[in-house]
Design a protein around this ligand. Structure first.
Ligand SMILES: *[C@@H]1O[C@H](CO)[C@@H](O)[C@H](O)[C@H]1NC(C)=O
Length: 502
């Protein structure tokens, strides 16, 4: 198959041919098979996991299923892995789990401080009792006091990248995509403040015929500034500023430009941030693609064409790729099971859903419903490790430890407290973990989302507990891997589709 070192045109050609074969040859059979496989999996009690499948590889092996690139589909890769376009030839960097977990915790902390007042709304809202309302008010006051000044509207830097086109003539940029933030921005010349080093040439607005500044007098600017909490005195150009949880930031001109997602999907006057002063942990990504659900997000700005519908498949290893799809292609080919998406007017960017239960090894854990209703839950593409309310996590951990009791335990690793020393094993048996969501939808977590490799012999359960029962639970990307996750924002539902990437 195509590797990262192949020219992208060859890659495209190969994957197109492969897709045609898939579409016309065997798609129906494959769907039926996948559906049976998914149903059967719900009764399954354990996975036989080959430990080598959990180790990072140094070579990109773009597998068949993950490489389909149709129109409106972008190829998704781990930011730091060998399939990333950001990786220089021959310099595959194996991501450092310790650092990933530190960044992950910073992101989670920011999310927790932002979502401290939950007023979730769906088609059938349940009125909170007075006691809960009082608690919520207290929490809001509490967290408002603790919020750092300039907390901005964004979270952290995320782990998966896609390539988008900007400008006319179009130039390609590899950006982190993030369902937890709205504004799309890229580093921009003349870098009036400073730009960090990136691999692609920095976007030059004066070389594009369609770039245009947004005036600070405009309604668009007022909307952006009130959303980001950065109202600035107006002289000419609208200024945006995003400060992330870890103090990374991007500041620059709010502008419009031609966005190209595929040859047939071109969006004139797309509102984005032309970053003049950028610093932080973006790796060498050129910027960020905001897929939150607020008004300035890519999802909202492309809604005329895509109907606020997108999906992604996140690859389970750094050596494979997934996809990000928009519009009617999202969820079209995988029979997804849906759960209602909930909204919180105080946190309009986030995608809320409801967890109703957890099973380990085919047995449903005894967790009171109030545990999940007290915390609330969001799904996030940028958080790695799923965070559960303390009571839910401790139930999961006990059941998992019991099922894994035949393996020698090892010390905790960073935020992961359930680890095993698997020296001498090549395959092990791991209990299945099924997360159940509102509407009866189940996610039977792929085996790649249950254990992570911490060191050569140490493997840890890839879940963590929140410290407070009121902290929002987060369905992280590790547990979303290999499934097509379908965001039907207009339809108010989120689906887990077939395992369409590996
Ligand atoms: C955009 O605004 C900045 C700051 O006011 C200015 O320096 C730049 O020339 C403007 N660009 C265009 C194309 O108008």
């Amino acid at each position: 198959m195509a590797t990262n070192s192949s020219p992208s045109s060859i890659f495209l050609l190969l994957s197109t041919v492969l897709c045609l074969v898939l579409i016309f040859g065997c798609s129906e059979k494959a769907e039926a098979y996948r559906f049976e496989e998914m149903t059967a999996n719900l009764q399954q009690q354990s996975h036989v996991v080959s430990l080598s499948s959990l180790m990072p590889a140094e070579v990109c092996s773009s597998p068949a299923q993950g490489s389909k690139i149709l129109s409106s589909q972008l190829r998704v890769a781990h930011k730091d892995g060998p399939c990333s376009p950001l990786k220089k030839e021959g310099k595959a960097k194996i991501p450092n789990l310790h650092q990933i977990l530190i960044d992950d915790q910073a992101r989670v902390k920011t999310i927790h401080s932002k979502i401290s007042n939950k007023d979730l709304v769906d088609q059938d809202p349940v009125a909170p009792d007075e006691q809960q309302k009082k608690k919520r008010k207290a929490r809001v006051a509490d967290s408002a006091a603790k919020l750092p000044i300039n907390s901005g509207q964004s979270l952290g830097t995320g782990n998966f990248v896609v390539t988008i086109g900007l400008g006319k003539p179009k130039q390609d940029f590899t950006v982190v995509f993030d369902t937890g933030s709205d504004l799309t921005w890229i580093q921009c010349q003349p870098c009036a403040g400073q730009c960090y080093s990136q691999q692609d040439p920095i976007f030059n607005p004066s070389a594009s015929s369609t770039y245009s500044n947004i005036s600070c007098n405009s309604a668009t600017c007022a909307q952006l500034q009130s959303a980001t909490g950065n109202i600035r005195p107006c002289s000419t150009t609208c200024i945006y500023q995003i400060v992330y949880g870890d103090n990374s930031y991007s500041v620059g001109y709010f502008a419009t430009e031609t966005l190209t997602l595929s040859s047939s999907d071109v969006f004139p006057k797309f509102e984005f941030g032309c970053g003049q002063n950028n610093q932080g942990l973006f790796g060498s990504a050129d910027g960020l693609l905001g897929l939150g659900r607020d008004q300035i997000s890519t999802v909202s700005q492309t809604s005329q064409k895509y109907g606020k519908r997108f999906s992604y498949c996140l690859p389970s290893t750094t050596s494979s790729t997934g996809f990000l799809a928009f519009g009617s292609q999202a969820g079209a080919s995988s029979s997804a099971q849906y759960t209602p998406l909930l909204t919180d007017s105080n946190n309009p960017s986030f995608y809320f859903l409801t967890i109703t239960g957890i099973s380990v090894g085919g047995k449903s854990l005894s967790i009171a419903q109030s545990v999940f209703t007290t915390s609330g839950t969001i799904i996030d593409s940028g958080t790695v490790i799923t965070r559960l309310p303390p009571a839910a996590y401790s139930a999961l951990r006990s059941a998992f430890r019991q099922a894994m009791s035949k393996y020698p335990s090892a010390s905790a690793y960073s935020i992961l407290d359930t680890c095993y020393n698997l020296a001498g094993y090549s395959t092990i048996s791991v209990p299945t973990i099924v997360l159940s969501f509102g509407g009866g939808t189940n996610l039977n977590v792929d085996q790649s989302g249950i254990l992570v490799q911490a060191s050569s012999t140490q493997y840890c359960l890839a879940f963590a507990g929140n410290s407070a029962s009121t902290d929002v639970a987060i369905l992280g990307n590790k547990q979303q891997q290999t499934f097509e996750v379908v965001y039907n924002v207009a339809g108010g539902k989120l689906g887990f589709g077939a395992q369409t990437c590996s």
